[in-house]
Design a protein around this ligand. Sequence first.
Ligand code: AMP
Ligand code: FES
Ligand code: ZN
Ligand code: ZN
Length: 315
Amino acid sequence: MSTMFCQKCDQRAAIRMRQHRLMFCRDHYLEWFVEQTQRTIERYHMFTLADRLLLAVSGGKDSLALWDVLWRLGYSVDGMYINLGIDGEEHYSNESEQYCRTFAEERGLSLQVVNVKQSFGQTVPELARLRHRSRSKPCSACGMAKRHIMNQAARDGGYDVLLTAHNLDDEVAVLFANTLSWNVDGLNRQSPVLEARDGFVRKAKPFCRFYERETAAYTLLRGIEYIEEECPFATGSKQIIYKEILNKLEEEHPGIKLHYYVSFLKARQQQVFQPGAAEKVSELELRPCPSCGQPTTNQGLCAFCTLVSKAQATK
Ligand code: AMP
Ligand code: FES
Ligand code: ZN
Ligand code: ZN
């Protein structure tokens, strides 16, 4: 194979992106990646330099790469790590926390850590067992707990926007799941930026147009250390199967994932996916949870506080 060169200089290419017909050396790739993030932030009117941002970091490659990029771009961004109490082979949650702490310390950034066991008495897998005894995986309870804790932290801290590092592969896997079941409400809620409403803070996903391979290349070329182990409960999940199918499609048709996502966003903007009648009713019925004050459609405690109170009752 002939040597490939950077499109901007005469260095050897460190990465080739067939989907964009681009090739860059290390330095030009890092530059391109930071510029593209800024373009996405502006394209979807996510936030400005005046906003106070809270980024949910998992210790994985995407969220640490996003923190690095936003810091370089001069945004005012604090991190928040949720220690879920997941063990795994390498004490998954504690190791992930350590990567976040080291990253923040090295750059003088501020990191808030919420330890679920310490704050709510039980780990997420323990709480999940109380919810669905028959289910072996805690993933749905975990997702609910993470969303709850993230929103609470952003509200309590008075942040303007809550950020996550979902990448294009994450977004198209969710899109695929939502279209397979024609989940119109889900499709309507899936967006690079969601406005604040009724106690939910504004949310944004600045990496939504990057392929996972691109965020991985950034982390690697920048020399950021991150947890390589995946959550031990992730194996065999539907999300992973969808990602594999979409990767096969991408191999045959470079660019198809981005096309799928961008054309979805266009359709969404044309209001193809209007919230159904049920969603409109439930929106009206949002009320603050009597325990934590966060919005819920439940009559009493929100789903998270219900779970925590159940855990306390069984002690
Ligand atoms: P996931 O749900 O694992 O695909 O992660 C999606 C995004 O949620 C990540 O990019 C992070 O921004 C955030 N996130 C995931 N796990 C955690 C965690 N334990 N603590 C804080 N943020 C997290
Ligand atoms: Fe929550 Fe895997 S990260 S169950
Ligand atoms: Zn170059
Ligand atoms: Zn509550």
